[in-house]
Design a protein around this ligand. Structure first.
Ligand code: ADP
Length: 685
């Protein structure tokens, strides 16, 4: 036996029983049997195992010419080498058996030390087997062996099934004393067990580290599967896919598309709980929602139709309308003309906003209004940088997102109300917006990529010209709308406001009639303004009162069968005696059409002076003629005016005994104070 080449192995549990072992011998160049080459000097171990060859088989020849033989050996006993001699190419030895006799064995098995040792060995071996069982689901056979084998053989056979170093194998071979052998075997088995445990611990640790992200991934997959099953596809990943599709169809310019993709890649890698996920997502949504290319199709501009539209929407204002038509005509001839930005200047309610929306309608474009009143922060125009918490895009970008086309008519409302403070100067940001050279690549801080505003038509409104910074004013063409005379207001009310107000309240002229004389009274007694906004409000109050009445009547007709007179406390309250209150009793047999016709005819409400007072309250302004007023001694006439309109005022004086001093009360300006003093000197002279 060559202790170098033979390996005692795999014998445990093989068909040939516990005593058989396979020994593999390979023929190498160094071991050629022809004797030409010298065999290596082999160091022989002084102990060995006697074995009987049971079977020899030739393996497949390798391409190198090397052949493997398999010898099946049956181990017989340990032996001790007494004397070694060489005969030809073979070695022979004189040996003595180390096998114990039966009596010796019985004696050993009685030894309490041996019994304890073997119990310990069995316990460790059992433990190892159960660990292996958990891992590989095998080991049943080894368990049987452990139960059935005689104790003195157990250690040898069991240990043979481990991979161990040659030194360890030889040390086992050398352990002739069964007690030593058992304790060595216990140690080996225990070591094996420990190494398996350590390996297991390491794998568990690695698995634990992986599991955090992997668990999440797995759960997400499961969630998706469940949602798919339920037909509910709104989970995050689907959302992101939808967002990506939306981004693809947004028609972004290539450099912005690249930027957006980079951001999307970052977002995909983030777990949704991560701070920044939402802000990144909202940002991408904005990029996808912004109209990069989507534009309302501009129809062939029909100047006649545009003029008709302006006339239809607005009374008077012929000069303003003329200027708008000129502006549109230039656009028709040169669509990309960089004409000036129109700026309507005038008091509130003179139709600035509605003129701008008429321009949009005439051009067939969408209309968006951006209110600049009270804007003091530059970030309102340009947006906040995304590094700020709660950052948002500026109002312009937000407006474009709302309107969803890149070529709307954008009204910059109340451009004179922007102020500047420590947070920057919004007017200078507006300069960039209104400058056709610069607004091609408008830079919103939040958006962080340039946006082309050059297709937007800007129209501005202001109440006064003075507060508008000169550079901004320089970029605009001011069109003044100075306000309306009482007659103009009356025409506007009759032709535009009343039909609109009635329509807004679900009424028509068959329910409510406001005679021209009453409109005049409303203008004289209840409004004092340059525009028509308060007038419209008062007319709306009349319409509301009528709506209450109509709604109550409708209810009464539908619920009561034999009502002879329809009246309600609310109605009595609201309406003056003179109003047409009586109603006919309608037989319930008639059809609906007949009811409504009868109802309409009987309930038409005509506004009169008494009703005006009931609904709008006592007159707010005195409309007496100036000639009547000044006929009274001590009354003189003055004129007051502001940008929002002017007014004739009556100054009343009463004669009393004084001490020659002049007291001025209230918040009077220097001019008024001066005037009062001049008046006094004039009286005294
Ligand atoms: P502004 O923007 O100047 O404050 P708006 O455009 O909001 O005023 O106008 C207020 C209301 O008055 C609107 O309903 C508008 O239609 C109406 N209006 C103003 N001027 C006219 C006019 N000349 N003809 C018809 N309606 C008018």
């Amino acid at each position: 036996m060559t202790s170098m080449d033979s390996v005692l192995s795999q014998g445990v549990g093989s068909e040939s029983g516990e005593r058989s072992s396979k020994v593999q011998i390979s023929t190498s160049d160094a071991h050629k049997v022809d004797g030409k080459s010298h065999p290596e000097v082999i160091h022989w171990h002084k102990r060995g195992v006697a074995a009987r060859a049971l079977h020899l088989s030739r393996g497949v020849e390798k391409p190198s010419g090397r052949v493997t033989y398999i010898v099946v050996l049956e181990g017989l006993c340990r032996f001790n080498v007494e004397e070694l001699s060489t005969r030809g190419p073979y070695c022979t030895a004189k040996i003595s058996s180390l096998e114990m006799t039966k009596a010796e064995m019985e004696q050993v098995e009685q030894d309490p030390d041996f019994v304890t040792l073997s119990r310990q060995f069995k316990a460790t071996a059992m433990e190892l087997i159960s660990v292996l069982e958990q891992k590989q689901k095998t080991g049943g056979r080894i368990k049987v062996l452990l139960e059935t084998l005689p104790l003195h053989k157990l250690a040898d056979i069991f240990v043979a099934s481990f991979e161990m170093s040659l030194e360890e194998q030889l040390s086992m071979l050398d352990s002739v004393d069964p007690k030593v052998r058992l304790s060595k075997a216990t140690e080996l088995v225990d070591r094996h067990l420990q190494s398996i445990r350590v390996a297991e611990k390491i794998t568990q640790k690695v698995e634990g580290q992986l599991s955090k992200s992997q668990k999440e991934f797995l759960l997400r997959q499961q969630m998706r599967a469940i949602k798919e099953e339920l037909g509910d596809n709104d989970d995050d990943e689907d959302d992101l896919a939808a967002l990506e599709r939306k981004m693809q169809s947004a028609g972004m310019p290539s450099n912005i598309w690249k930027h957006a993709q980079r951001e999307l890649r970052r977002l995909k890698k983030m777990p949704p709980q991560q701070p920044g996920y939402n802000s990144s997502r909202v940002y991408l949504e904005l990029l996808a929602d912004l109209p990069w290319q989507k534009a309302s199709e501009e129809q062939e501009l029909d100047l006649k139709a545009a003029k008709d539209r302006l006339d239809c929407d607005h009374y008077g204002l012929s000069k303003v309308k003329q200027r708008i038509i000129e502006y549109l005509a230039v656009r028709k001839l040169k669509p990309d003309a960089r004409g000036p930005v129109l700026c309507f200047v005038g008091p509130p309610g003179v139709g600035k906003t509605s003129l701008a929306s008429s321009i949009a309608a005439a051009l067939g474009r969408k209309f968006v209004r951006i209110s600049l009143g009270g804007v003091k922060d530059e970030a309102d125009i340009r947006g906040h940088r995304r590094t700020y918490i709660g950052s948002m895009p500026g109002r312009l970008i937000d407006g474009l997102k709302r309107v969803a086309v890149c070529n709307p008519v954008m009204l910059l409302d109340e451009i004179d109300k922007t102020g500047s403070d420590v947070r920057g100067d919004p007017a200078s940001a507006l300069l960039e917006v209104l400058d056709p050279e610069q607004n091609k690549s408008f830079n919103d801080h939040y958006l962080n990529v340039p946006y082309d505003l050059s297709k937007v038509i800007f129209v501005a409104t202001a109440n006064r010209v003075q507060p508008i910074p000169p550079p901004l004013l320089d970029r605009m063409e001011v069109i003044e709308l100075p306000g309306y005379t009482a007659e103009e207001k009356q025409r506007i009310a009759m032709q535009h406001l009343i039909p609109r107000v009635l329509d807004q309240h679900g009424l028509n002229s068959e329910y409510l009639q406001i005679p021209e004389a009453m409109v005049k009274l409303v203008i004289q007694r209840y409004t004092r303004e340059a525009g028509v906004r308060n007038l419209e409000r008062n007319l709306a109050a009349l319409a509301r009162a009528a709506a209450v009445r109509v709604a109550e009547q409708e209810q009464a007709v539908s619920v009561s069968k034999d009502v002879h007179k329809l009246a309600s406390p609310l109605l009595d309250n609201r309406l003056a005696e003179g109003a047409e209150m009586e109603m006919e009793v309608l037989p319930m047999g008639v059809n609906n059409n007949e009811i409504s016709t009868a109802f309409k005819i009987s309930s038409r409400l005509v506004v009169d002076e008494a009703m005006l007072e009931k609904i709008l309250g006592p007159p707010r302004f005195d409309d007496q003629e100036a000639a009547d007023r000044v006929a009274t001694p001590g009354v003189s006439v003055g004129l007051v005016w502001t940008n929002f309109g002017g007014e004739v005022q009556f100054v009343e004086a009463t004669a009393m005994i004084g001490n020659g001093e002049l007291h001025l009360t209230g918040q009077l300006g220097d001019v008024i104070k001066e005037s009062a003093k001049i008046a006094l000197t004039w009286v005294c002279v």
